[in-house]
Design a binder for this molecule. Structure first.
Ligand code: NAD
Length: 539
């Protein structure tokens, strides 16, 4: 094995640092312009003049861009362009394909870093730190590590045996046809990774970005083209999800779906794929990472301050809009008596506001739809006699879509906000009797259909092992004495099972293998001229 890449170092953006000054300059520059975002099909920019605006969630009267949406004609063209590009892309070979994505990583680590971070802060309302760990570091890591894994495949998957006279090999062949990448708003890195991971191993793709991240996603498309991505390999098509899916599925060369987003949307697309099966040339690969109802279980013997920090960061960073955000916690009575008041008083210190003001820990949620949905959960909890809102709860959508960090204390471990994904800054806590730890592990396992991330807090190995065993299928990413967010590429490959997805671990080799359809090749070097077998000889 050759030596592997390292994780991209995270810049700190401390006061008066060079990176902070550079980022502020870029934020000001982007605030002063309104850009036109086209579709990009076969490397060409197409302005359809059927536009929607892209606004800043924490300042929603500010328009960042006009986005030209793809119609049926452009979607069909994009499918054809991906099909036409595949042969040359395959023949370029794994090594040169990987080198293009390493070049993308280099550009993002260097001259594009502030541009993409600023766009993510404005377009998706992330703080400087949240933008840096997502749009810069995680995406640089996705590209560098995927390039590394892809290069290793040829040697790793060769047949073990080639008898004398034969040479057996395996061609690491991509799927035949194009991949549809349907991407979420909440991670710029995931958005770019979904079309580029299959492309790394020789697939070509349509990239359908989220309507809430067109700006940052478009800039990444430009970055990939600057790095030398050939026309047609990834086609960027902002537009209606259902129209894009329908058009792709009516094309027999649809070869796979790479999805990240909500469970309901993924299930809907999977069902449509099943209906389209008779018209498709291949059985498509379906990879989807979806929702979560991520938990923290504390044992009476846990480090209480550690638990407090994990709950605060895990639940409220990026306004709880991480699939891995802590949104339900099971806390023993004595621990709650020891740290509950402190947790509330720390949360009340959180500053929320404009992402360009670096003193803010939180900003706005993504759009009016998310705002109303989260507000609905808070309102229903306030009317539920089992629940009590002990901090936060106020919602204000005048300038931006702001929701206070909110804690709901519940006496019912199956109340709505304990079991459903809210995708906002709302943490529900169920306080249990200290002796009920094992029962609570069962509750945690059964309460929600999701199984994405979760944490156990305990200072005793035996208790940790109990949770480790009982919660085996409750989380695809399991944390011991840490918050359930913040997975790092090549350290904790990410993904969950049950209703949380197909668990193909983005950023790891297992994901890349889903886009491969190997060809086994036997080369015979013997001259076989006799058709009769020895057993047929006369006695
Ligand atoms: P979403 O499901 O609303 O949208 C995801 C994508 O699907 C978007 O591009 C959207 O336009 C598209 N879409 C919506 N309806 C569609 C339809 N009918 N047909 C085809 N495409 C359609 O999700 P979101 O709000 O962008 O992201 C938040 C969700 O994503 C949360 O549920 C979160 O848990 C999940 N998520 C999961 C992971 C993970 O790794 N498990 C990571 C990030 C986000």
């Amino acid at each position: 094995m050759s030596s592997h890449p390292n994780n991209e170092p995270i810049l700190g953006y401390e006061p008066r640092s060079d990176e902070k000054e550079a980022l502020l300059r870029e934020l000001n520059r982007q605030m002063e312009e309104v850009i036109e975002i086209p579709c990009i099909i076969n490397g060409e920019k197409i302005y359809t003049n059927n536009t929607v605006t892209q606004v800043i969630p924490h300042n929603h009267s500010h328009v960042l861009a006009n986005v030209h949406l793809a119609g049926k004609n452009e979607i069909e063209k994009a499918c054809q362009s991906a099909i036409n590009a595949q042969n040359d892309w395959i023949e370029l070979g794994m090594d040169r394909r990987a080198a293009i994505f390493e070049k993308c990583a280099e550009l993002l680590a260097g001259k594009w870093r502030m541009k993409i971070n600023a766009a993510t802060m404005l377009n998706q309302s992330k703080t400087a730190f949240q933008a840096e760990i997502d749009a810069a570091c995680e995406l640089i890591d996705f590209w560098n590590f995927n390039a590394f894994y892809a290069r290793e495949f040829h040697d790793q998957y060769q047949p073990l045996v080639s008898p004398e006279g034969n040479i057996n090999t395996t061609e690491i062949r991509p799927l035949e046809g194009f991949i549809l990448a349907v991407t979420p708003f909440n991670f710029t890195s995931i958005a770019a990774n979904l079309p580029s991971a299959p492309a790394m191993v020789g697939c070509t793709a349509l990239w359908k970005p989220s309507r809430n991240s067109y700006h940052s996603n478009y800039l990444l498309m430009e970055l990939m083209m600057e790095a030398g991505l050939p026309p047609g390999v990834i086609n960027f098509i902002p537009g209606s999800g259902s129209e894009i899916t329908e058009t792709c599925l009516s094309n027999p060369d649809f070869a796979g779906l790479h999805f990240t987003g909500s469970t309901a949307v993924f299930q809907g697309i999977w069902q449509r794929i099943a209906e389209s099966l008779p018209n498709l040339r291949s059985y498509p690969r379906i990879v989807g990472e979806t929702g979560g109802k991520d938990f923290v279980v504390a044992h009476p013997d846990c480090d209480q301050r550690g638990l407090l920090v994990a709950l605060l960061r895990g639940a409220f960073e990026y306004q709880g809009q991480k699939c891995s955000a802590a949104s339900r916690a099971y806390v023993p009575k004595t621990v709650w008596e020891g740290m509950g008041n402190d947790l509330v008083s720390e949360i009340e210190k959180i500053k929320m506001g404009d992402a360009t003001d670096f003193s803010n820990f939180m900003t706005a949620v993504i759009d009016e739809r998310a705002f109303s949905k989260i507000k609905g959960y808070i309102n229903r909890a306030s009317e539920n006699s089992d629940c009590k809102i002990i901090t936060g709860g106020k919602c204000d959508n005048e300038t931006g879509w702001f929701i206070e960090p909110t804690i709901i204390l519940t006496e019912n471990p199956n109340s709505e906000t304990m079991v459903e994904e809210i995708f906002g800054p709302v943490l529900t806590i169920y306080v249990y009797e200290d002796n009920d730890f094992e029962e609570v592990l069962d509750l945690c396992d059964k309460a929600s259909p999701y199984a994405l991330t979760g944490s156990i807090f305990s200072s005793n190995e035996e208790n940790i092992q109990k949770a480790y065993n009982k919660l085996r299928f409750t989380a695809g990413n399991f944390y011991i004495n840490d918050k359930p967010t913040g997975a790092v590429v090549a350290q904790q490959p990410f993904g969950g099972a049950r209703a949380s997805g197909t668990n193909d671990k983005a950023g790891g080799p297992l994901n890349l293998l889903r886009w491969i359809s190997p060809r086994s090749v036997k080369r015979n070097n013997l001259k076989i001229h006799d058709w009769e077998y020895p057993f047929m000889g006369e006695n």
